[in-house]
Design a protein around this ligand. Structure first.
Ligand SMILES: [Ca+2]
Length: 206
């Protein structure tokens, strides 16, 4: 299933190229963390561990996670036996088509939808549309997480583990060493209508 996701997501690359340029000029540094140069087109885990940056205890990295990128390959290694806090920024949002949400995503049961487009009002889906969304939940890349919830990835080649980040997590301890990547939880075929990005920080605490 993961490899199928990789191939399908690759179809979104052309759409993504323009958005990446926009990200590069729209974001600024948090100041205290070193900025990681994310590869928005490469698959997660392709680099060997010795090609990846690491964090010493107390150091942190700032990563821009683009909603339209399938992997947001950070080039940063999460090391086995280390511990990390992963944080998002209050008020940050990204867009699933016109639906606006934060790192904790959105749910079909939500009542107060917000729109990314001031000219388009987003309302809760009803009827067949609601049924389709509910039926599609089981084939999201991370079925148990909400739509557009921030998901973390730890990958070394095809050995991939994924975990929920949402608004942030403390004391994350990787079972194995691998590249850290992240994505907005979505259907593999529907990254083309995603936009905006979230700024996150990864800090090694132990
Ligand atoms: Ca989408």
């Amino acid at each position: 299933m993961k490899m199928i996701n990789v191939y399908i997501c690759a179809l979104s690359v052309a759409v993504l190229a323009l958005q990446v340029q926009q990200v590069a000029t729209a974001e600024s540094s948090t100041g205290e963390c070193r900025i990681v140069k994310v590869d928005y087109e490469r698959d997660c885990g392709e680099k060997s561990l010795d090609e990846l940056e690491t964090l010493k205890q107390g150091e942190c990295a700032e990563i821009i996670v683009n909603a339209a990128s399938c992997w947001n390959a950070s080039g940063l290694q999460l090391e086995k036996d280390a511990t990390y806090d992963i944080k998002t920024m209050a008020g940050d949002y990204w867009c699933d088509a016109d639906t606006k949400c934060g790192a904790d995503g959105w749910r079909i049961q939500d009542e107060n939808y917000q729109s990314c487009n001031p000219e388009v009002e987003v309302e809760a889906a009803t009827g067949i549309k609601r049924w389709l969304f509910l039926k599609s939940e089981s084939i999201r890349r991370f079925p148990d997480a909400d739509w557009f919830e921030l998901i973390g990835v730890n990958a070394a080649n095809d050995d991939i583990s994924e975990f929920r980040i949402a608004k942030g997590i403390d004391d994350h301890q990787p079972v194995k060493s691998g590249e850290f990547c992240a994505y907005a939880n979505d259907l593999s075929l529907f990254y083309w209508n995603n936009s905006k990005s979230l700024k996150i920080t990864v800090r090694r605490t132990k």
